[in-house]
Design a protein around this ligand. Structure first.
Ligand SMILES: [Zn+2]
Length: 92
C-alpha cells in the first residue's frame, strides 16, 4: 500500500458528515447542489470528498480537489468557511 492508497482509504464523501451539515444549515445538505469556486464544477454536497481528521471537517471538490467548505466546532461556537463554494442550492 503506497501513500496514495492510504489517503484514499481515509477519504469519505459528504454523506458521512450529513448530521453535522444538517445541524449547521438546518436542512439536509447532502442533496444540495454546490458549485466549486475554484473550477466551476457542480456536485451534490453528498458527493464532495470529506476529510474528517483535519481540525474540524473539510469538504473538497471531487473534480479539482479545491477546498469548498471548512466547518470547525469549538467549545465557543462553530466556524463555517465557504470561500470555496460559488453557491450552494438547497432543494425545497
Ligand atoms: Zn473544483
Amino acid at each position: 500500500m503506497n501513500d496514495n492508497d492510504v489517503v484514499r482509504d481515509l477519504t469519505l464523501d459528504g454523506n458521512a458528515v450529513a448530521g453535522l451539515l444538517e445541524e449547521v444549515f438546518g436542512a439536509d445538505m447532502t442533496t444540495a447542489d454546490g458549485e466549486c469556486a475554484h473550477c466551476g464544477s457542480a456536485n451534490a454536497v453528498g458527493a464532495l470528498r470529506a476529510y474528517t481528521r483535519a481540525p474540524g471537517v473539510v469538504l473538497r471538490c471531487p473534480a479539482c480537489g479545491g477546498v469548498i467548505a471548512r466547518i470547525v466546532q469549538t467549545p465557543r461556537g462553530t466556524l463555517v468557511d465557504l470561500r470555496g463554494a460559488a453557491h450552494l442550492a438547497m432543494r425545497r
